[in-house]
Design a protein around this ligand. Structure first.
Ligand code: V47
Ligand code: SF4
Length: 387
């Protein structure tokens, strides 16, 4: 396969798929598989770029955010994870309220509009401890958007409290939860999932929890971990399952493909996906997820250079300033621990796009010195959601 023939093809099936997608119709699972296996990179990228432009014009979004991983102690042992720790291991840590307040203060001083909170599932912490993390943040900064706890964590809380997922989510919303990140989706295929994260929430639970969150009015994100044991059919199936739930609820805001970083994991023999593989997955995601407004190129995991190029391969968002990221850095990511707004602007402008600061819900952020406010309505491409 030639990697670089752009939108020219002599393959009539590829031309037919491109016509379908460009006319605003949906490509089938089989179309997705064919594209993934037969389209060269520029053909796929061109298609994805057309859709990106239709949905988001020339804008590329970013946000000012900070990460908090309150504990790395985890009952699970996902083989791809370099972040987790055993309870008594030297690297184990757990934040207390004071440390959480310190992190929020740092976020506030940096003008962050979002705090992104995920961590391990600590053997000895009750649900109240996790609820308290949200309460402490809310108390320390009533304005910051709290995007916290993946579906895997929600599933764990439901397990330890023996309460339904809806009850768990309602408690968290009462405490100040604003939305949920997209982690924990990994790969939905049960055979691959069984090999990389056997014991944690299965794909049906992940989907059911996001459905429940959407029904309660929470917006959530979705991810896919690629570049490990999965094959093309698993990735395409994953994307099709996500768009099915999105058809039903409209509650997903953005999709983030996550490249597997092997260092310090149980799959250390695998190689980091190449830049070309990253761009192919990005573009395929944009083409298949026709009902998602946004596709995120998470620069922390892609590296700044690939993330910048991804803005022409379907992505319209770079995530954010992301201070204090641990999950990828423990797995060998060589990216900086954070970028300044000026650096993000430069990356976006060099890619020929117009930077637009957004909040977690993709509303425009307007800054006046150290103060910030949110401008309604939802920015270009975001259609808002009625559930
Ligand atoms: O679920 C863990 C992945 C996820 C590794 O919603 C790894 O805005 C690669 O979900 N190599 C957590 N990936 C991070 C996440 C996320 C990131 C950025 C933005 C958002 C959002 C969500 O990280 C996990 C897992 O899929 N992960 N270890 C690793 N070694
Ligand atoms: Fe625990 Fe999450 Fe790591 Fe799995 S990915 S071991 S659930 S911290």
């Amino acid at each position: 396969m030639n990697q670089f023939s752009g939108n020219l093809t002599t393959d009539s099936r590829l031309s037919a798929i491109a016509e379908t997608v460009e006319s605003g119709q949906r490509g089938s699972l089989e179309d997705g598989l064919y594209l993934d296996q037969h389209a060269d990179l520029l053909f796929l990228g061109n298609l994805a770029n057309t859709i990106r432009e239709r949905k988001n014009g020339n804008l590329a979004f970013y946000n000012t955010n900070i990460h908090l991983n309150p504990t790395n102690v985890c009952v699970y042992r996902c083989v791809f994870c370099a972040f987790r720790s055993d309870l008594k291991a030297e690297k184990a840590y757990t934040f207390d309220d004071q440390m959480i307040r310190g992190r929020v203060l740092e976020a506030t001083e940096a003008g962050a509009t979002e705090i992104h909170v995920v961590g391990g599932l600590h053997h000895q912490k009750p649900f109240d401890w996790y609820l308290d993390v949200v309460r402490v943040i809310r108390d320390a900064n009533p304005l910051i958007h709290i995007k916290a706890w993946t579906a895997v964590e929600i599933n764990w809380f439901s397990h330890i409290t023996k309460k339904p997922v809806q009850w768990v989510l309602e408690q968290l919303i009462d405490a100040g939860l604003g939305s949920m990140p997209g982690g924990g989706a990994e790969i939905f295929d049960s055979e691959i999932r069984g090999q990389i994260c056997e014991h944690k929430a299965d794909s049906q639970s992940w989907i059911d929890i996001h459905r429940c969150a959407h029904q309660l009015g929470l917006r959530t994100n979705a991810t896919m971990l690629y570049g490990h044991l999965e094959e093309s059919r698993h990735r395409v199936d994953h994307l099709c399952q996500l768009r099915e739930l999105q058809d039903e609820t409209g509650g997903f805001q953005t999709f983030i493909p996550l490249a597997f970083h092997p260092e310090n994991t149980g799959l250390e023999h695998l190689r980091l996906p190449s830049g070309l593989a990253d761009l192919r997955v990005m573009a395929l995601s944009r083409v298949m997820l026709d009902n998602f407004d946004h596709i995120k190129a998470y620069w922390i995991m892609l590296g700044e250079k690939t993330a910048q190029v991804a803005l022409s391969f379907g992505a319209d968002d770079l995530d954010g300033t992301v201070v204090h990221e641990l999950i990828y850095h423990d797995a060998g990511a060589e990216t900086p621990e954070g970028l300044t707004v000026d650096q993000l602007h430069r990356l976006i402008r060099e890619a020929g796009r117009e930077p637009r600061e957004r909040d977690t819900l993709y509303r425009r952020v307007v800054r006046d010195g150290h103060e910030w406010s949110i401008e309604e309505p939802v920015a270009a491409g975001g259609q808002g959601v009625e559930i």
